[in-house]
Design a protein around this ligand. Structure first.
Ligand code: IMP
Length: 196
């Protein structure tokens, strides 16, 4: 089965492909099916934005579409940056700019945080599957590691004494918010497909 990914983030695509390939599901880019949809993320929850993205790409392509809406929620910042993780600090900041701003805003604050991912899959017949995954951790005092993307260098897993950016892709996928959401999604997709 082929799912069109409602994202242009190549690192997200790589993670989703790695995880979903075990189910025999092929994840392809919008460009592979000749569409180019930019969805405005106007929702205030991961669920809303995930659905907005998957629905828009399904409608434009006529094919089942999958979206991940994800972000980092810091307790001491009232859940920020949350759904605004990609836009934290305004449009001029790259990944490093965002996590450096976060470190600055965290000075003297408790470090508890979690990553959240909500996966939504919309089918042309109107059916919708959704799954949420969370990964608890803390915000490091300085960036560490070269892997991953986004806030990975400052997201610390106390049990492993490493940031996400210091894990191999397999290690990250095994515990990450996206890994967990996709694991739940796999189970839902399996039972959805077998019930048809
Ligand atoms: P989205 O494309 O609107 O879902 O934005 C998600 C944003 O959250 C990304 O641009 C990253 O800043 C952050 N994010 C989500 N998942 C991860 C992850 O696994 N590692 C690091 N940052 C992440």
């Amino acid at each position: 089965m082929k799912l069109v990914l409602a994202s242009k983030n190549p690192k997200k695509l790589k993670e989703m492909r790695e995880i979903l390939s075990h189910l025999g599901v092929e994840v392809c880019l919008q460009s592979d099916v000749g569409i180019d949809v930019d969805v405005e993320e106007t929702g205030t929850t991961f669920e809303e934005n995930s659905l907005l993205k998957a629905k828009a790409v399904m409608e434009a392509s006529g094919l089942p579409a999958i979206a991940d809406d994800s972000g980092l929620c810091v307790d001491a910042l009232g859940g920020a940056p949350g759904v605004y993780s990609a836009r934290y600090g305004g449009p001029g900041l790259d990944d490093e700019g965002c996590y450096r701003l976060l470190l600055e805003n965290m000075r003297g604050q408790p470090r508890a945080a979690k990553f959240v991912s909500v996966i939504t899959c919309c089918f042309p017949n109107g059916d919708v599957l959704t799954a949420r995954g969370e990964c608890p951790g803390t915000i490091a005092f300085a960036p560490m590691g070269e892997g991953g993307f986004g806030y990975d260098p400052v997201f610390f897993i106390p049990g492993l004494k490493k940031t996400f950016a210091q894990l191999t892709p397999e290690e990250k996928n095994a515990i990450s918010h996206r890994g967990k959401a996709l694991e739940k999604f796999q189970a839902e997709l399996k039972s959805y497909l077998s019930s048809r």
